[in-house]
Design a protein around this ligand. Structure first.
Ligand code: ADP
Length: 298
């Protein structure tokens, strides 16, 4: 996938999508990307800037899947934007390349989020907003580049169990860790005894590299793995990797207090992301998965 191919394809995709500005890309500049995709800033003929994420197909991730991955990211960004609670970049176009795919979105001049209190308030508002009657989403999406099963479920625990099983199947843990993984699936309903779980709109992968501040200092969230799920599941990745301040937690939990059993469920939600990191990035995350399994069913 060459820069020239990407530049031409982005221009065509924007024109086709009816982009309101001038759709001609005059320059693509590499930008600091995330762990999964390649990032560029696109300079447009009218002087505007857009943000472009692209991904080359690779063994285990076909061109069609990279396209579906970006389509799912667009859907997720649109759902988060529709909630109106937190600033989210506007997705503008998705397109195919000879060997991959890309997503173009509004460029936001991001800076570190200094005051996380507003993120806590806005995230709680998003989680408290009314949603559908069931859990999940119309289609599967991706967390990082790992597929994330969706569909619609009446019971949150059934969706969570299917997702945990999917990660455990991929991880192929050996010996005691594998046993504990399957035992956890059996015990899962017990972690939710007496808890009233309602569908909340969840970003789904909100680690500290997936939020920042815009030019005015207001929170921005991006790179989601969206679904309607238990609001506590949002906090799993935050607690796994940190980067959250007491101001965030105070603001969030003032609006959504911790329910009984919160800490044990937090370990389940951490494990989901630990398994995903093991599946994405390998052995460095095995110890973490084993520790969490020990904590949960040891
Ligand atoms: P990946 O899917 O590879 O993890 P991200 O979507 O997280 O990629 O984007 C990588 C980085 O690019 C982010 O950490 C952020 O700094 C920056 N970024 C993401 N979205 C935008 C945007 N709309 N405008 C400007 N910069 C962005």
């Amino acid at each position: 996938m060459s820069a020239a191919e990407l530049q031409g394809a982005v221009s065509r995709a924007l024109a086709q999508a009816g982009y309101a500005g001038n759709s001609e890309v005059v320059r693509l500049c590499p930008a600091a990307g995330g762990a999964i995709n390649t990032a560029h800033t696109a300079w447009m003929a009218d002087g505007a800037q857009l943000f472009v994420k692209s991904h080359a197909a690779e063994p285990g991730l076909s061109r069609e899947e990279t396209l579906a991955m970006f389509e799912a990211e667009r859907t997720g960004l649109e759902l988060l934007r529709a909630s109106g609670c937190i600033r989210v970049p506007e997705p503008l176009a998705v397109g195919e390349l000879a060997g991959g795919a890309f997503l173009v979105m509004e460029h936001i001049a991001l800076q570190p989020l200094r005051d996380q209190r507003r993120l806590g308030e806005q995230l709680a508002a998003m989680h408290l907003a009314p949603g559908p009657a069931h859990f999940g989403l119309d289609a599967d999406n991706w967390v990082g580049s790992t597929p994330q099963p969706n569909g619609w479920y009446v019971d949150w625990v059934d969706l969570l169990r299917d997702r945990m099983r999917f990660q455990l199947d991929r991880a192929q843990l050996a010996g005691a860790a594998a046993e504990k993984g399957w035992e956890l699936l059996r015990r899962l309903p017990g972690f939710f005894a007496g808890v009233d779980v309602r569908p909340s709109l969840v970003h789904g992968d909100l680690h500290a590299h997936n939020f920042a501040a815009d030019e005015h200092g207001a929170p921005v969230i991006y790179d989601p793995a969206v679904y309607w799920g238990h609001h506590e599941s949002e906090l799993g990745i935050m607690r796994l990797f940190g980067g959250y301040t007491a101001a965030f937690a105070d603001a969030y939990h003032w609006r959504i207090p911790r329910a009984p059993g919160f800490e044990r469920r937090a370990a389940v939600y951490k494990l989901y992301h630990a398994l995903n990191h093991y599946n994405l990035f390998g052995a460095a995350y095995l110890g973490l998965c084993e520790e969490l399994l020990e904590e949960l069913v040891g």
